[in-house]
Design a protein around this ligand. Sequence first.
Ligand code: HXC
Length: 261
Amino acid sequence: MSYQNILVEARGAVGWIQLNRPQAMNALSMALITEVGQAIEAFQTDDEIGAMVITGNEKAFAAGADIKDMEDQSFIDLFLSDFPYNRRDGWDSLNTARKPIIAAVSGFALGGGCEMAMACDFILASDTAKFGQPEINIGTIPGAGGTQRLTRAVGKAKAMEMCLTGRMMDAEEAERAGLVSRILPVSELEAEALKVAGKIARLSRPVVYMAKEAVNVAFESTLQEGLRFERRAFASTFATEDQKEGMSAFVEKRKPEFKNR
Ligand code: HXC
């Protein structure tokens, strides 16, 4: 597959996706989002790949949906196409991927860029990262999960202030608020993202899928439903060969060899 707006490569067992419109701060054109979706689908169906990373460049992860693409759209255009969730646009692939996807964020992650990072399973940020939902300043609101995921991640006060004023959070504040899992020096972000994704990719794939699914249930259920789901998923890991291998390797003081079975 050849891509115009992203760089895509397999780095060992890690599917690496770099947003690549540096002249436009990696603004998420429709074409770029479609390509991200295609790359995710390709990695999702590639048995050699166990996890993915989405990243940008040092200046910008992505400065939002492409305002030049959007400015002339009408209500009816967006409503009928179900923008941005029409499958063609790739968000659906991001939201439904079963393999873990890490966002490695340097520089601006604004609007749809912040939403894309939040749609990933977790965010590793460099010390230069800035997160924001500035749509209000251009007469609109977040449309790819910003009002929902940001609120769940950082709570009402910060999410409301950010969505109502467009104020950006720097990396420190984002880490304190729980939006990002860790901050790294900008020069180390790429290597660390690769290392973390590589670690996940070497683990048991079915068990990784169950862990991801179980954490995600926390966002969509009551505590009791979530706990029940977790217990069932926990018990079902014992139906895998990889659980037997993992536990016997521990007991025998050796490294496990997972077979994804
Ligand atoms: C289109 C964009 C863009 C965007 C930047 N550019 N962001 N083009 N859409 N979202 C372009 C600029 O037009 C400019 O192109 C070039 O990138 C460099 O940007 P500058 O503004 O000159 O850079 P700088 O002064 O460093 O400021 C960086 C910035 C600013 C703070 C990130 O560009 C900015 O505020 N961008 C818009 C952020 C925003 O409002 N995002 C939300 C979009 S709405 P030229 O050709 O002039 O050199 C949204 C809704 C999501 O995301 C809905 C669901 C998907």
